[in-house]
Design a protein around this ligand. Sequence first.
Ligand code: FE2
Length: 394
Amino acid sequence: MKNMQRRDFIIGSLTSLGSLAFLNGRCDTVSPALDDEIKNASELNSVAYNVAVLGDTHYDTAPETVYHAHYDESNIHSKIQHAEFRRNGEMWRERCPRLLASSAALAHENKTDFILQLGDIIQGDCDHIPTHQKMLDDCIKMLKKPYPDNMPFLTVVGNHDFRGKGARKAYFDFAHPFMTKEIETLTGKKNEKPVEYPIVSFRKGPDLWIFCDFEKANLNKICDIIDADGAARHVFIVTHGPFTTYANTKSYRWRLGGGVRALKSRQRLFDTLSKRRGIVLSGHTHSTTYYRFENSLGSFCEFTGNSVWTERSPLTAIPDSSTPEQYIPAERLLKTVRNKEDFHSEINFFKPSLKKYYETRAAGHYRLKVSENSVEMEFYLCDARTPDRVFKLK
Ligand SMILES: [Fe+2]
């Protein structure tokens, strides 16, 4: 708050000094005092900023022939996938454009530095490289359009983004130059070399941002990047699959570092995040979920976003679960777990340190508010323009 007041004061001062300079016919020169004010203002602007956040979006459109004319019907999951195409076409006809418009309206009204999308930006399943490329291209143009001109748009790779024949190459051929350009616009610096997954990291002012391919990123390498930048003010990890095991009794290992061999490095990342009070931002589960962990080393939070606003999505944000005790799935769900020992070993790694927990299937859009001493995530239910609740991430 203190910084915001100081910044507001400086913007006010700049306006009046600028007017004076103009009245005196000196609008082409800047006095030393004004020069100092500009420097201070830009420093303060770089330390406090907002980010417009979207969860999974699964962009698609009806009829299915637009992006799925080449879809391979021999796919064993074809029944489920056709249901997803119908769900996406229906939600992107009218409902998700309204959600997007609300997110963009907030970005117009408040100073916002960039848009962050948490992966599964498209549905995929084109089975045809030019169509997959077109789906990505159409999607990015459509998502960027309502926001202020030239606002950088960052997205992290999700499992749907390269689903389909030839789609992995099509996605990364698009994502590497696209992310390089958007990060350069955001930071105002030319990258020494183009960014490349599985781990993309950069500094935005005083903050360290790390984007991970959640199925490929090595957790020790993520820790090395964090340890090498001890001066970073805030540490953000963006990963489509969450770091925290989630209450899905089938895909609970489909997460960042979910392999059985990653136990040591998982502990290292957990400790590193605790010590640095890091923040993990994820998608994948189609839920809005908040985890706060505390242990003897410190604390950290993970936040999962969801913008898949289907006709079945709840229209209230009353949480399905809201206490750490409810992190363990209900008995009826536990019965469906094949390897109970493995599932409990996953849950029991996180549970003892879990101090706050909130989970709802509700969709929406979000705004990350970053300042010197705090990071908060505002949750806007569906297409709301006032926040339903605010989660303290740091
Ligand atoms: Fe998804």
